[in-house]
Write a protein that binds this ligand. Structure first.
Ligand SMILES: Nc1nc2c(ncn2[C@@H]2O[C@H](COP(=O)(O)OP(=O)(O)O)[C@@H](O)[C@H]2O)c(=O)[nH]1
Ligand SMILES: [Mg+2]
Length: 699
């Protein structure tokens, strides 16, 4: 049994736009708490959190890391996910494992759209939040600017708990408003100096403290009375009031500092311990509800060791050598190493291997993990990211995390034949680790297509594919799965007659083609009367038509949405055969299509773009230029959401385009909507190009 008292446990996730300093802050917290002897840096590639080769050479996180440290007799599990823009799925999953959030904002970059979007998820989960204003060592850092942005973009008024001591590169430390002292630190040794507050800034501190007192007093009638009478709250009332305010999400404390200079870390650590909830605190407010996987009934668990075991897997790591590690948040009960569990998402029996506490790539074996803990579980066979694990007899399945859908696709080709098998094997493993990647072989175009959340996401996946599974690929924009259809009704005869030596081949059928509504595919009927074609040959006629539909007459794309009726024909008692009727039907079909006004269809996507209001004009203009039809525009606080129907062919490079149109502040999601006719001028060009390609391939 772990020695840990769960009341003194904090599970926090770091959230920010890419590059605001999450990984650096995590490193500073490890250093300040003595979990590591040296302060690692992103620039030197020496942080505990970023250790995979893809992260080191990019100097940026590529997957969620788990870290662990201890402060004031409290264990802190820190979850450090990668960038929101390219890998929003990792953050969405990490939120399920945490009881609170540290929002990291870069003092010069401020709040970007991706953060605004994830903020709505944080509030939906009801997660309490601390704000860390990083990069206060930069000359253009502005505390007031960021406070104003928080109010405007997130609708929160952060309450400063510490203030920078010194400015820009003269930043020496922070003013700790609760303890009323100056704290300075060093990046060489993890000790801190506490100094008295210098005379000349006493009034600044006094005013800031007054704001904290007021914020607490405002939320409690008894305290308000006391405050109005005496203008001071006791330290105990103050701390209790802050804890209550934070845990009910009515107060968001703001800490200032610099991660790379190890400044401002102590007040933040104190805030985590003093104000953020333990797993038990939170579970008493948010019940752990799920469904029984067999009966569908709502069932619930309490976050205590005495309840049956249940938990959620929020990350999977597959290492070709070490095997599989599933990062698990235990929600209720106790999980023991090497014991049977039930995966209620996959409905399969599992057996846990070793359990580990995780510090970056370092693992410490533990015999068990109780309610509220986060551990890595070894050797789970079928368990995937997002799955619920529970007691093998007392079942519960928690709701799945809704993950964003991929927006960018590439066709991939093996560099050599030796790579073919490795690709699909490796990609399937990568998808188990990261469910926001998608891999498929397109039925129409026969291409292998990899889809992800952005260029960086795809690049990372391919690098891992090479490093871990030895498969090398080249990528190119995927082919558009065009289709063909007909616009009018037509009739034609298909007649197949061959006289060779002995007995010949004979079949004759009359077909009528008519257009079907979009998406209806194919329908067949026989209107043959009086046995003009014997009944046993009718299925062969249908088969012939279906085969002919695989390759339309315009450019060889599949033909869809067409009804075929056979209404007349003739046969020969000896020479007719199924094969002959199939060929005749195929010939008749092709002939009929020619007079049925065949047209080209293209896939249309519903696109939802979110962009800052001041960029909306150029985003809409660009969508129009992409032959898009704007369906709906909705104003949000500072952003607007545009819904448009846009041809897939115009969206292949949209992620780069939107980025440059909105200075990286726009985002989008898309989904297949339907097939629409390609405008005639464009259709001519596509058909020509496709014919040329087919011709070249044949010679
Ligand atoms: N000047 C300055 N740079 C910082 C600070 N914190 C992080 N950085 C730098 O900002 C970049 C991004 O930091 P990182 O921790 O990787 O951010 P993440 O993407 O949020 O994990 C790195 O080059 C860091 O060295 C800071 O407090 N001050
Ligand atoms: Mg990072």
């Amino acid at each position: 049994m772990s020695e840990l008292r769960r009341e003194s446990l904090r599970n926090v996730v770091l959230i920010s736009s890419a590059g605001a300093g999450k990984t650096s802050l995590a490193e500073a917290m490890l250093f300040a708490t003595g979990a590591v002897p040296h302060l690692g840096s992103i620039a030197l590639g020496t942080t505990i959190s970023d250790f995979e080769p893809e992260e080191l050479h990019r100097r940026s996180s590529a997957s969620t890391s788990l870290l662990r440290c201890s402060w004031n007799h409290t264990t802190i599990n820190l979850i450090d996910p990668p960038g929101l823009l390219n890998m929003p799925g990792e953050t969405a999953l990490a939120l399920r494992a945490a009881d609170a959030v540290i929002l990291v904002v870069g003092a010069s970059a401020g709040i970007r759209n991706d953060l605004t979007r994830v903020w709505s998820r944080i509030t939906a989960h009801g997660l309490p939040c601390l704000l860390f204003l990083n990069e206060m060592d930069k000359d253009d850092a502005s505390l007031d600017g960021v406070v104003a942005m928080c109010q405007r973009d997130l609708g929160i008024v952060p309450l400063p708990m510490s203030l920078p001591y010194g400015r820009g590169n003269q930043l020496e430390g922070v003013l700790d408003l609760l303890q009323q002292r100056v704290i300075t630190s060093s990046i060489e040794i993890p000790t801190f100096q506490h100094l008295a507050i210098p005379e000349q800034i006493r009034t600044v501190v006094k005013d800031a403290r007054k704001r904290i007192q007021e914020a607490v007093a405002e939320r409690d009638d008894r305290l308000l009375e006391q405050y109005l009478a005496e203008e001071e709250l006791t330290q105990e009332d103050l701390m209790n009031g802050l804890r209550f305010g934070v845990q009910t999400s009515t107060i968001v404390p703001l800490y200032s500092g610099s991660a790379i200079k190890n400044i401002g870390i102590v007040p933040l650590l104190n805030g985590i311990v003093d104000f953020l909830p333990s797993p038990m605190d939170r579970a008493s407010k948010v019940p752990l509800e799920g469904l029984h996987p067999d009966t569908g009934e709502t069932v619930s668990r309490r976050a205590v060791d005495e309840d049956p075991f249940s938990g959620i897997v929020f990350k999977t790591l597959i290492d070709p050598f070490v095997g599989r590690l599933s990062y698990l948040r235990v929600l209720s009960g106790v999980l023991h190493a090497d014991s049977p569990v039930f995966n209620s998402s996959q409905r399969s029996k599992e057996k846990s291997g070793h359990l580990y506490w995780v510090l970056g790539k370092k693992h410490t074996v533990v015999p068990s993990a109780g309610a509220g803990e986060i551990v890595a579980v070894g050797k789970l066979k079928d368990t995937q990211t997002g799955d619920t694990l529970c007691d093998e007899h007392i079942l519960i399945c928690y709701p799945k995390t809704v993950l964003p859908k991929p927006v960018l696709s590439f066709a991939i080709e093996p560099k050599s034949n030796a790579d073919i098998e490795k690709i699909s094997l490796g990609l399937h493993k990568l998808i188990e680790e990261d469910p926001t990647l998608e891999f498929s072989r397109h039925a129409d175009t026969k291409e292998m297509v990899l889809s992800g959340m952005g260029q960086l996401h795809i690049d990372l996946a391919l690098e891992k594919l090479h490093r871990k599974y030895g498969a090398e690929v080249t990528i190119h924009v995927p082919k558009i799965p065009y289709r063909e259809t007909i616009r009018t009704t037509s009739q034609a005869q298909g007649k197949y007659k061959k006289q060779t030596g002995g007995h010949g081949q004979y079949a004759d059928c009359w077909l009528e083609l008519s257009p079907l509504a979009r998406g209806e595919g194919f329908k067949f009927e026989s209107k043959v009367i009086g046995g003009a074609i014997p009944r046993n040959f009718i299925p062969a006629v249908e088969k012939g038509a279906v085969e002919a539909m695989h390759h339309g007459s315009l450019a060889g794309f599949p033909l869809v949405d067409c009804r075929v009726a056979v209404y007349d024909g003739s046969y020969h008692p000896v020479d007719s055969s199924e094969m002959a009727f199939k060929i005749a039907a195929s010939m008749g079909f092709k002939k009929a299509v020619e007079s049925a006004h065949p047209v080209l269809l293209e896939p249309m996507m519903t696109v939802e773009v979110e962009a800052p209001a001041d960029h909306i004009g150029s985003v809409i203009g660009d969508l129009n230029a992409r032959r898009g039809r704007i369906l709906h525009v909705e104003a949000r606080d500072q952003t607007e959401q545009i819904t448009a129907l846009v041809p897939m062919a115009e969206l292949l490079t949209y992620s780069t385009a939107l980025n440059s149109l909105t200075a990286g502040r726009g985002s989008y999601a898309m989904d297949f909507s339907r097939y629409d006719e390609v405008p005639p001028e464009l259709a001519v060009r596509i058909i020509e190009a496709q014919r040329a390609e087919t011709h070249a391939a044949a010679h």
